[in-house]
Design a protein around this ligand. Structure first.
Ligand code: FAS
Ligand code: PHB
Length: 389
């Protein structure tokens, strides 16, 4: 098979790139390791920056997002029982949209299928060949049958555990990593969200987050030690601990119910440099990971896709290769700003095993400064709603 852009990974990065390329007549094929049902079964991000929303509109698949997404003008950060209200729209003129990554991915699959997009599922043994030449190609198997795709460019959108990053030689790649000494235990419950906006909770018992997917689907998290196993957390144990960590006035309103999904995600900060090698370009989690405290994972994948889409469009439609040559440097500038914000939010809100009384006092001082200083609130808001592309 031959295509202009071969895309490895059928998550939000790969699908969004494929759909955007389609809108300007550039062909692509998406290779996905899992089934579509498996990909749609993952419960992940919940908050979209305006930049992501605009890209979905540009890709022509934002109808359901615009109809069902929840516009949130702000969020709350709590310090024990004290609520710090942050109004993004007042502080920056920009809200965020609460719309689950699962729904984003569903909308993108539907758009690709409607447009006759080529997506191959359950692919295995993907190998990227000749990325440093002007004729790269992929080999892979589907149910044991060997296949090959010749292409002009390869987009590595295959997440943290994919093959793309590993294709860049280890003596070319520089990796930066910080693994946090805790994870997030998340549940979904078919209950009305406890608050109309998200609440990020700093409590003496550890971090908690009140989020949602719709008016009757709540998404809640508690920080847990890395040694915890999800089977050690009954629903009852989760609700008891969650109530201890959210502000008392909020806990009084909490509606509990059976979990319909429960999982523990580890937290890490990770960046690989460079994000391109010859005609291979890394996007999204294939190149970088953030702790979800700043809601930046999916949203930073979006700016990578924006930069790569614009670069490929300029190449094919105008013969201009400046975007392709400058992709890695440009994408990394915004990636590192998202890494900083996610690291800062994580340090502000979590309890670390090695923290002493002084460290706790520093967190308290930072939270009090945020409560009392509009400029501090504006800086947090600018990062949360999304820095410019
Ligand atoms: P993805 O990992 O989503 O997609 C990569 C795709 O490539 C997958 O479908 C995979 O099956 C496929 N693939 C992998 N290897 C392959 C191969 N060799 N061949 C073919 N296909 C291959 N972000 C937030 O903003 N908020 C959150 O709350 C949040 N929670 C998260 C929880 C978890 C458990 C995880 C893992 C991530 C979370 N994230 C969160 C980050 C997440 O949303 C990512 O940023 C987002 O999925 C990035 O999308 P992709 O880059 O498409 O990578
Ligand atoms: C979620 O709803 O899953 C969510 C929202 C905001 C975050 C992390 C996760 O920062």
């Amino acid at each position: 098979m031959k295509t202009q852009v071969a895309i490895i990974g059928g998550g939000p990065s790969g699908l969004l790139l494929s759909q955007l390329l389609h809108t300007v007549g550039i062909s692509s094929i998406v290779l996905e390791r899992k089934t579509k049902e498996y990909v749609l079964g993952r419960i992940r991000a919940g908050v979209l920056e305006q930049g992501f929303v605009q890209l979905m509109r540009k890709a022509g698949c934002s109808e359901r997002m615009d109809a069902e997404g929840f516009v949130h003008d702000g969020t709350v950060i709590s310090n024990a029982d004290e609520l710090i209200e942050l109004n993004f729209t007042e502080l920056t003129g920009t809200p965020v949209l609460v719309y689950g990554q699962t729904e984003v991915t569903r909308d993108l699959y539907e758009a690709r299928e409607k447009a006759g997009g080529q997506i191959e599922y359950e692919v295995e043994d993907v190998v990227i060949h000749d990325a440093k030449t002007d004729a790269p190609y992929l080999t892979y198997t589907v149910h044991g049958e060997e296949r090959r795709i010749d292409c002009d460019y390869v987009a590595g959108c295959d997440g943290f555990h994919g093959v793309s990053r590993q294709t860049i030689p280890s003596d070319v790649r520089q990796e930066f990593e910080k693994v946090y000494p805790f994870g997030w235990l998340g549940i979904l419950s078919e209950t009305p969200p406890v608050h109309e906006e998200l609440i990020y909770c700093n409590s003496p018992h550890g971090f908690a987050l009140c989020s949602m997917r719709n008016a009757n689907l709540s998404r809640y998290y508690v920080q847990v030690p890395l040694t915890d196993k999800v089977e050690e957390w009954s629903d009852e144990r989760f609700w008891d601990e969650f109530k201890r960590r959210i502000p008392a006035e909020v806990a009084e309103k909490l509606v509990t119910g059976p979990s319909i999904e429960k999982s523990i995600a580890p937290l890490r900060s990770f960046v690989t440099e460079p994000m391109s090698w010859g005609r291979l370009f890394l996007c999204g989690d294939a190149a970088h990971i953030v702790p979800p405290t700043g809601a930046k994972g999916l949203n930073t994948a979006a700016s990578d896709i924006h930069y790569l889409f614009e670069a490929l469009k300029a190449h094919y439609l105008e013969g201009d290769d400046s975007g392709i040559e400058g992709y890695s440097e440009k994408a990394l500038l915004r990636v590192w700003k998202a890494e900083r914000f996610s690291w800062w939010m994580t340090n502000l809100l979590h309890r670390f095993p090695e923290q002493g009384p002084f460290d706790i006092k520093m967190q308290q001082a930072e939270l009090n400064f945020l409560r009392d200083n509009k400029e501090a609130q504006k800086v947090l808001a600018q990062n949360y709603v999304g820095l410019p592309y």
